[in-house]
Design a protein around this ligand. Structure first.
Ligand code: FES
Length: 111
C-alpha cells in the first residue's frame, strides 16, 4: 500500500517531479519521506546530486550555487562540493548525501 511504501526505509522514494527539478535545476523538499532533501542537476554529465541541506556546522539550510557547482551555507560561509564533501569551513563534516535517480516523471532518492 501507499502507507507502507512511505514508511519503507532503505528504498528509493519519490521526493518530487522532474518538472520541478528542471524548472530551477534544483528541487527542495523539506518534508520528503527521507526528511529534508535538496536534489540538483550538476553540469558534469548532468548527473544528479542529492543531499540533506542542513549545514553540519550549525544547522542553516545550504543553497546550491550552480555557477560554482557547490552547496553554500549563508550563515558562516561553509562550502560543500556536489558530493557533499567540505570544501571550506567552518563546517567539518560532509553533508549527508543520498543516491538519486529519475524514474518516469518522478525524482527518487534512496533514504
Ligand atoms: Fe553553515 Fe555555520 S551553519 S556555516
Amino acid at each position: 500500500t501507499q502507507a507502507e511504501s512511505n514508511t519503507n526505509k532503505g528504498g528509493f522514494q519519490a521526493v518530487g517531479t522532474v518538472a520541478q527539478l528542471d524548472k530551477n535545476k534544483q528541487l527542495l523538499n523539506k518534508n520528503s519521506p527521507v526528511g529534508a532533501v535538496l536534489v540538483v542537476r550538476t553540469t558534469s554529465g548532468s548527473k544528479l546530486s542529492a543531499v540533506n541541506p542542513t549545514c553540519t556546522h550549525a544547522g542553516c539550510a545550504v543553497n546550491w550555487a550552480a555557477k560554482s557547482q557547490q552547496f553554500v551555507c549563508p550563515c558562516h560561509g561553509s562550502r560543500f562540493g556536489a558530493d557533499g564533501k567540505v570544501l571550506n569551513g567552518p563546517a567539518a563534516k560532509p553533508l549527508k548525501t543520498y543516491q538519486a535517480k529519475i524514474e518516469g516523471d518522478s525524482v527518487l532518492v534512496n533514504g
